[in-house]
Design a protein around this ligand. Structure first.
Ligand code: PLP
Length: 458
């Protein structure tokens, strides 16, 4: 392995170099993300209305478009120390294998039991719930990473944690479920008969394998009908991007420490939280005219909200109990093909990222799942880490860009987010290895069905 002088294989920050404040990119955006709307009145949701569903301090963060820096409470920083700072790794082995002049770095967020970046926001949300004196929180989980992260945070703070897990994942990922139960969470497959909205969805779609949108409706209903509970969400929301800015702040500090300037920053995008968090401080520089970067969001071709979606107000959930959010969306009724194993299945995208994309500050690409798993495997074989399918979307595009550099001879510095590990995704890897994995790309007609369900805003 050829190593550049003075650039370590892994760049670790010291504990005292960890960020003490989150960075709120909305403060530097000229065009602010559109506000959440009350689905009844179509007026912006007030803090009071939101506080019926979310914790008070989190509502303040959700609505804060002005303060660039927000203190990370000491208790949260103490928890972060259990698994942060996370390393920024130079992919020397991958570069050598690819024979590319590109310099590739990845920020690895899989070094904790939840196996992903989700813990960064889980601990923050659990902390504010505890601070408010609540008994517990409810949430949904798809692949299971968010539910696991939240269970860990809740057990640490002694809060009750109720997780609605998308039914197909509940059945396909029994080990994820048991990890959550190990941390004391109550896990219910969704749709379920424990909520009115679950019963309704089951009546309309008997035998459904569920969806994130559906599980969100159930978790919100469960929280709003039980005293001392609030709902928490692992992605999409402004507050989640804010908490995840710890990823970008650490990445920037690590690069700055060694005088490295990134040319391109790449991340996978489901609801947009890891990507939003990773790019935030760099986007801030771009917005303030201090530096320029190319930002690339990578999404699955089977759930292409940015590349083929509409920028419109939409429901955040299938049961239409949540506020309306303006975002790139496929429609809340869109359910990705059950053949899709690669995660990132949410129908919409963070309002912050949607606005940045709309303003041409960020690009988006969609990739098919077999090529994603091919990249994942190539990466695993030289870099050692077994990547999550979600993260592998970013690997795929980072490798594509590194190949372009090989053709042009450009020595670009590519940074991508390696959001997590894939140990619970071995059925998907198995399908790939056995040649049984299929690519699924929705037709325009398929997408039209989702768009037809967008709310009428007149
Ligand atoms: C949840 C998850 C994602 C996608 O969520 P974002 O909010 O878009 O970041 C990506 N990678 C992993 C490992 C995840 O668990």
């Amino acid at each position: 392995m050829k190593q550049e002088k003075n650039i370590p294989y892994k760049i670790y920050l010291e504990e005292q170099e960890m960020p003490q404040q989150w960075y709120n990119v909305r403060a530097d955006m000229k065009n602010k993300p559109a506000p959440l709307l009350n689905p009844g009145t179509l007026k912006p949701m007030t803090a009071e209305e939101l506080e019926g569903v979310f914790c008070k301090d989190l509502v303040a963060q959700e609505l804060d478009n002005d303060n660039a820096y927000i203190d990370i409470p000491q208790e949260i920083r103490d928890f972060y120390k259990m698994y942060r700072p996370s390393p920024l790794i130079r992919a020397y082995c991958l570069e050598e294998k690819m024979q590319t002049p590109a310099k590739i770095y990845y920020k690895f967020e899989g070094n904790n039991t939840s196996g992903s970046h989700k813990l960064n926001s889980a601990i923050a949300q659990a902390y504010y719930a505890k601070k408010q004196g609540l008994k517990g929180v409810t949430t949904e989980t798809g692949a299971g990473q968010w539910g696991t992260a939240l269970s860990m945070a809740c057990s640490y703070l002694d809060l009750d944690c109720q997780v609605y897990m998308v039914k197909c994942s509940y059945d396909q990922k029994p080990f994820r479920r048991e990890v959550m139960r190990t941390y004391g969470a109550k896990v219910t497959p969704s749709p379920s008969v424990t909520t009115e909205v679950g019963k309704k969805i089951l009546a309309e779609h008997p035998g459904t394998s569920g969806s994130l949108g559906c599980a969100i409706s159930e978790a919100v209903e469960q929280a709003t009908t039980h005293e001392g509970y609030r709902y928490v969400l692992g992605s999409v929301l402004n507050q989640v991007l804010l908490h995840q800015s710890v990823i970008g702040l650490e990445t920037k500090a690590a690069l700055d420490k060694y005088g490295i300037k990134a040319d391109m920053i790449i991340g996978c995008a489901g609801g947009g939280s890891n990507l939003g968090g990773l790019i935030s401080p760099f986007m801030g520089e771009k917005l303030r005219g201090e530096a320029d970067y190319q930002f690339i969001a990578v999404e699955p071709a089977s759930c292409p909200s940015l590349t083929r979606g509409r920028y419109a107000y939409d429901f955040c959930d299938t049961g239409k109990v949540c506020p309306l959010a303006k975002m790139y969306t496929l429609g809340s009724g869109f359910i990705p093909s059950p053949n899709h194993a690669g995660g990132l299945r949410y129908h919409g995208m963070s309002s912050v990222l949607s606005q940045l994309y709309e303003d041409g500050l960020m690009e988006a690409r969609s990739v098919e799942q077999t090529e994603v798993f091919k990249a994942a495997e190539e990466f695993a074989r030289v870099e050692g880490i077994l990547p999550a399918p979600e993260s592998s979307h970013a690997i795929k595009v980072a490798m594509d860009e590194a190949l372009k550099c090989k053709e042009t001879g450009e020595e670009k510095t590519i940074v991508f987010g390696l959001t997590g590990t894939g140990y619970f995704d071995m059925y998907a890897y198995e399908a790939f290895h056995d040649g049984k994995m299929e690519d699924y790309v929705p037709t325009d007609e398929d997408l039209a069905i989702g768009f037809a369900g967008l709310p009428d805003m007149k």
